[in-house]
Design a protein around this ligand. Structure first.
Ligand SMILES: [Zn+2]
Length: 122
């Protein structure tokens, strides 16, 4: 979905990444270009004044947009995985603490049986 803000704010230059972009006119029609590397977008006659073709062409970057969406999805997935990992580490620490507490209780109840049990389970 393209809104007015997205269509009216020029994207950075696809070649050098500069935000020094401009809209202008030449003999053939409207043009959008980069003030840094002098790249220019397609020069086209404007057919639809509600969505200028030249502007739409400059702003349309389906591969880049798809890759950005994939990066955002993968970043979110990585952040969720990190959260799950941290939770698993925390739960492992809690379980380990409980095991040690149980061992201490068993050892205090009967050190001989405790020693045999530890020997048998390794
Ligand atoms: Zn450029």
């Amino acid at each position: 979905m393209t809104n007015d803000k997205q269509i009216n704010e020029l994207k950075p230059c696809p070649f050098c990444g500069s935000i020094d972009t401009y809209r202008g006119e030449c003999e053939e029609g409207d043009v959008i270009g980069c003030g840094h590397c002098n790249a220019t977008g397609p020069v086209m006659e404007e057919i639809d004044v509600t969505v200028p073709v030249t502007l739409y062409s400059w702003q349309s970057r389906p591969i880049e947009d798809t890759l950005r969406a994939q990066i955002a999805a993968l970043t979110a997935r990585a952040e969720r995985a990190e959260g799950e990992r941290d939770e698993a580490i925390k739960n492992t620490d809690i379980a380990r603490t409980i095991v040690f507490q149980i061992r201490d209780v068993l050892q205090s109840i009967d050190p001989i049986i405790f020693a045999d049990t530890i020997k048998n389970i390794g």
